[in-house]
Design a protein around this ligand. Structure first.
Ligand SMILES: Nc1ncnc2c1ncn2[C@@H]1O[C@H](COP(=O)(O)OP(=O)(O)OP(=O)(O)O)[C@@H](O)[C@H]1O
Length: 467
C-alpha cells in the first residue's frame, strides 16, 4: 500500500433519480443569496431556498464539515428538489452523494458499511502531482508511410515550437494514434503528458486565426506558449475516498466502481488509506474537500444507523450531512419510542432544520409550466389551468405525472397541442391517491387480507365507475 492507486473515474450513481428533477439547475439565488421568485427551474419555497443557500455558502467556505441539516416538509413540497439544487450549485469538484435511506438495507453488506461507503463518496481528496509535459504549438506532423501497406508500424516526426524555441520529436505508433484521435494539426497548441503520452488539445494558436474562412464556434484561440518546450507542471486530480477505497481493496478492483458491486471494504484498507491521505496532507500534496451526503426518506433508518451517524459526524473528515423526511411524529425504527420525524432527539438536536411549505396555486401553475417545457410538451393555456386545478385538488406530483400521459393521449388522436380532453382522458384513466382510497373503501372486501369486516358487496369490483 506504499503507493495508493488513484483513478479519475467519476461516480456513476450520481445521475440516479435525476429524471423527476431534471429541470432544476440550481437554487435560483442571486449573488446576495436572495432567492429569485422563479430561477434555475426553481419556483417559490423562498425561505427554504434561502436557508439552503446559506448552508451552501458555508460548505463552499469549508466551514461546517461534520454538520447536518434536516429538510422537513409535507410530501411533494420540493425537499429533494432543493437538495438537487444544492448539488447543482456546488459544481463538479465538490462531491454530492445521494441515497434513499432504504437503499442501505441489503444482504450484501451491513447497514453501517453501506452508510460508511456513502459517507466516503461524499469526501473528495484533491491531489496535486508534478509531471513532465511538452507544451507548444504544432509546426508540423510528418508521418512516414511504410513501403508495403501494413508491413511495419507507423513512425513519424512531430515539430513543435514555443515563442522561444523549436524542437523535433520522434513519433511511435501509439503517439501517432493519440494525435489522430485528438485531430491534432499544425497550428494547434497541445500538451503531451510525458509519462502517459496523453495528448490534450489546448486550442488553436492566435497566429493561425486568419488561416481559415470558416472556423467553428467551438474553436478556442490561445497564445503560443513561451519558454522551454518541456516543463514541469502541477496536475490536480480529484477523487473521492470511496473511489480510493475500492481501487485499493484487493478483492474488488476498480471495475467494481462501474458495477456498484463493491462488497464490504475491510477496515484495515480504510485505515491505511486514511493514514496515507493524512501523510499527503502533511506534505502539502493533498487537501480534503468535504462534500454533501444527502439521505432522502431518513425516517427509514433505524436506531443503529442513527447512532452510527451521530458518531460519524464527529470524524474530522466528515462531510455535510443533509437529510429529508415527510414524516411527523412517528416511531424510531428498531425501537418502540416515538420522536419527531422518527429521528432520535440527540441526533435531531445536532441538525439545522429547514422546513418546506405547501405551494400556492400560482406556484403549482409555474412548476407545471416548467415541467411541460422540460418534457417538450406543448399544452394549451386552458389545459394548463385544468392541470393546475388538478394539482391543487390532488397533488403536485400527480399533476406532473399527467403531463407525459396527456401528451401521449394527444399524440394518439394525432393532435399537436395538449387540450382539456387529453387531460380529462388521463385523469379518468389514472387514479390519484384520494380517488384510489375512495375506490378501495368501496370495494375493499374483494381484496385479499382486507382488514375491514366483510359485508354485502358487489361481486364484480371491476364494474366501478371511475369518472
Ligand atoms: N420549488 C420547486 N420548483 C420547481 N420544481 C419543484 C419545486 N418543488 C418541487 N418541484 C418538483 O415537484 C416534484 C416533487 O417534488 P420533490 O420530489 O422534491 O418533493 P419532496 O418534498 O421530496 O417529496 P417527498 O416527501 O414525497 O419525497 C419534483 O419533480 C420536483 O422537481
Amino acid at each position: 500500500m506504499a503507493d495508493l492507486k488513484l483513478s479519475e473515474t467519476r461516480d456513476l450513481t450520481r445521475i440516479e433519480r435525476i429524471g423527476a428533477h431534471s429541470h432544476i439547475r440550481g437554487l435560483g439565488l442571486d449573488s446576495a443569496l436572495e432567492p429569485r421568485a422563479v430561477s434555475e427551474g426553481m419556483v417559490g419555497q423562498t425561505s427554504a431556498r434561502k436557508a439552503a443557500g446559506i448552508i451552501l455558502q458555508m460548505i463552499k467556505e469549508g466551514r461546517i464539515a461534520g454538520r447536518a441539516v434536516l429538510i422537513a416538509g409535507q410530501p411533494g413540497t420540493g425537499k429533494t428538489a432543493i437538495a438537487m439544487g444544492m448539488a447543482k450549485s456546488l459544481g463538479l469538484e465538490t462531491p454530492f452523494a445521494m441515497i434513499s435511506a432504504s437503499e442501505i438495507f441489503s444482504l450484501e453488506m451491513s447497514k453501517t458499511e453501506a452508510l460508511m461507503q456513502s459517507f466516503r463518496k461524499a469526501i473528495a481528496v484533491r491531489i496535486k502531482e508534478e509531471t513532465e509535459v511538452i507544451e507548444g504549438e504544432v509546426v508540423e506532423i510528418q508521418i512516414d508511410r511504410p513501403a508495403v501497406a501494413g508491413a511495419a508500424l507507423k513512425t513519424g516526426k512531430l515539430t513543435m515550437k514555443t515563442t522561444e524555441m523549436e524542437g523535433v520529436y520522434d513519433l511511435g505508433a501509439k503517439m501517432i494514434e493519440s494525435l489522430g484521435k485528438e485531430k491534432v494539426q499544425s497550428g494547434d497548441v497541445i500538451a503531451i503528458d510525458k509519462p502517459s503520452g496523453k495528448v490534450t488539445k489546448l486550442g488553436r494558436s492566435f497566429s493561425r486565426s486568419r488561416d481559415y474562412d470558416a472556423i467553428g464556434p467551438q474553436v478556442r484561440f490561445v497564445q503560443c506558449p513561451g519558454g522551454e518546450l518541456q516543463k514541469r507542471k502541477e496536475i490536480v486530480h480529484c477523487v473521492t475516498l470511496h473511489e480510493i477505497d475500492v481501487i485499493n481493496s484487493r478483492t474488488q478492483g476498480f471495475l467494481a466502481l462501474f458495477t456498484g458491486d463493491t462488497g464490504e471494504i475491510r477496515a484495515e484498507v480504510r485505515e491505511q488509506i486514511d493514514t496515507k491521505v493524512a501523510e499527503w496532507r502533511e506534505e502539502g500534496k493533498a487537501e480534503i474537500v468535504p462534500g454533501v451526503l444527502f439521505i432522502d426518506e431518513v425516517h427509514m433508518l433505524d436506531i443503529e444507523c442513527f447512532s452510527f451517524l451521530n458518531r460519524a459526524l464527529e470524524n474530522e473528515m466528515a462531510p455535510i450531512l443533509a437529510v429529508a423526511t415527510n414524516r411527523g411524529i412517528t416511531t424510531i425504527r428498531g425501537t418502540n419510542y416515538k420522536s419527531p420525524h422518527g429521528i432520535p432527539i440527540d441526533l435531531l438536536d445536532r441538525l439545522l432544520i429547514i422546513t418546506t411549505q405547501p405551494y400556492t396555486k400560482d406556484e403549482i401553475h409555474k412548476i407545471l409550466d416548467i415541467r411541460c417545457q422540460e418534457e417538450d410538451v406543448e399544452i394549451a393555456e386552458e389545459a394548463k389551468a385544468l392541470l393546475t386545478h388538478i394539482g391543487v385538488e390532488t397533488s403536485l406530483r400527480y399533476a406532473i405525472h399527467l403531463i407525459t400521459a396527456a401528451a401521449l393521449a394527444c399524440q394518439k388522436r394525432k393532435g399537436k397541442v395538449v387540450e382539456n380532453e387529453d387531460i380529462t382522458r388521463v385523469y379518468n384513466l389514472f387514479l390519484d391517491v384520494k380517488r384510489s382510497t375512495q375506490y378501495l373503501m368501496e370495494y375493499q372486501e374483494q381484496y385479499m387480507f382486507s382488514e375491514a369486516s366483510i359485508g354485502d358487496g358487489d361481486e364484480d369490483g371491476t364494474s366501478a365507475k371511475l369518472s
